[in-house]
Structure formats: C-alpha cells, structure tokens
Design a binder for this molecule. Structure first.
Ligand code: ATP
Length: 226
C-alpha cells in the first residue's frame, strides 16, 4: 500500500530511508534545515523542503497531519529530534519512527510517544524502509531485500476458512505460504491445506513483500477477491 511518509533530517540514515521508500513507491516528503542537502535529494523523492521541523506552524503549513508515517532521522541534535517527535505526534501523525543516537536518547523517544525507535548502528535505513509497509504485523523478519516472514494474529477474514479456501500455500494465488500456526499451546508446522484458521490463531506467513502486503491489505478490507 502506498503511504505518505515524511522524513525529517537528511543525514546518511535519513537519505537512505527517504530514497528507498520513494523507490518502493511511497510518497516521500524530505525535510531538512540545510538547503544544499535538500537540493541534493530533491530528484530522488516526491518533494524536498528546507524547513525547521521544530517549528509547529511550519509543520502545519506542510500538512504534516495528513501523513501516515513520520520518520525523525535527526541524531546528534537530540533536542531537535525530541521536539520534532513530540510535534509529529501532537499534530496527529499515526506512526512515528525516531532515530536514537544512544540508549538514553532511545528511552526518551519512547517516553515521549515515538511508536518505534531505531538504532541505526544496529539497523540499516534500507531495512527500516523494507519493514514499513508491514507495520500491522506483530513481527517481521527480512529474509532478503524483497522477501520476508511475517507473524500476525489471524485477521477476521481468515477465521473459519481453510488455507485452501484462502488460496494460500503452494499454488495459491497469493504467493504466500503459511509456515506455522500457533493455537494456544499447540504449534502446527507447515499446516495442511485443509486446516481451518481459528480465532486467536497466530499465523506465520512467508512470501515476497508485495504479495504479503497485497494479501493483508485485501484481507483487512474483507474483500480478498479484488
Ligand atoms: P547520520 O548518522 O544518519 O548521517 P547524523 O546523526 O550524522 O546522521 P545529524 O547531525 O543527526 O546527522 O542530522 C541529520 C540531519 O538533520 C542534518 O542534515 C541536519 O541538518 C538535520 N536537522 C537537524 N535539526 C533539524 C531540524 N530542526 N529540522 C530539520 N532538519 C534538521
């Protein structure tokens, strides 16, 4: 699903994230106080703007409240990072990812309401970008740049249907396999196509990112036939 993403702070991490998200087909607004940096990234994102992200009225003018995801990639200037994160949440951005320079910075970002804190020394910008479309899943492991394994609680659409009816698994139209089902204490490994998904099952799916995203988006709307 195409998302509206604003990336604030265009250091190495911010640039790698913004350009990867744009290549993945998302709408990306890149913001930095440094004019030269803004000009440099401008051909590689949807819009690039020179602005101070600690200024609430500027963020309002940019229409930040309408974005699905905000990424605060300011690191060394911790005060700016904290203020921008608070403002994005206050303006109503539903999912804010903030970059932490160190553990304490990470704790502060969590406390002020960041939905996800990333430590770039541990996670590359491209990996964070890769995970983004799957924010609804409980856990996601990137197997390669395009393939992954996602764990989620069975969506209402899945419940009461067999894997075969859902057209999952080998030869299914979604190109998504069910690797495991956790049902209370029971673990069903590579379930049979006749297995019926029950409420509260936790399922582990594998497939290419696009297929996973397509399946989950359609299933959430309850109309996977489209
Ligand atoms: P990396 O390690 O990813 O290269 P960094 O930690 O070295 O990043 P920082 O110094 O944290 O980079 O800053 C990243 C960018 O954030 C810089 O380009 C800086 O101009 C920008 N920045 C800092 N404060 C603000 C602000 N208030 N509004 C917008 N951009 C800002």
């Amino acid at each position: 699903m195409k998302r509206q993403v604003v990336v604030i702070g265009l250091g190495r991490f911010g640039v790698s994230l913004a350009t990867t998200l744009y290549k993945m087909g998302h709408d990306v607004l890149a913001v930095d106080t440094n004019e030269r940096i803004v000009q440099g990234i401008s051909p590689e994102v949807t819009h690039a703007v020179q602005a101070d992200a600690t200024n609430e009225s500027i963020l309002r003018e940019l229409g930040i409240a309408n974005f699905d995801v905000g990424i605060v990639a300011i690191g060394t200037e911790i005060e700016n990072s904290v203020l921008s994160t608070i403002l994005l949440k206050r303006l109503g951005v539903p999912y804010v990812i903030a970059k932490a320079e160190n553990n304490l910075h990470g704790i502060i970002l969590e406390k002020i309401g960041a939905d996800k804190v990333v430590h770039p020394e541990r996670e590359a910008g491209t990996r964070v970008a890769h995970e983004l479309p799957l924010v609804d899943v409980m856990d996601y492991i990137s197997v390669s740049p395009r393939y992954g394994v996602a764990m989620l609680t069975a969506l209402p659409y899945f419940v009461g249907k067999t894997i075969s009816q859902l057209e999952l698994g080998r030869g299914g139209r979604w190109g998504v396999a069910v690797l495991l089902i956790y049902r209370g204490k029971e673990v069903i490994v590579t379930p049979d196509r006749a297995e019926t998904i029950k409420a509260n099952d936790v399922v582990i799916l594998s497939g290419d990112d696009e297929n996973l995203e397509r399946l989950l988006t359609a299933a959430k709307r309850g109309r996977p036939g489209e």
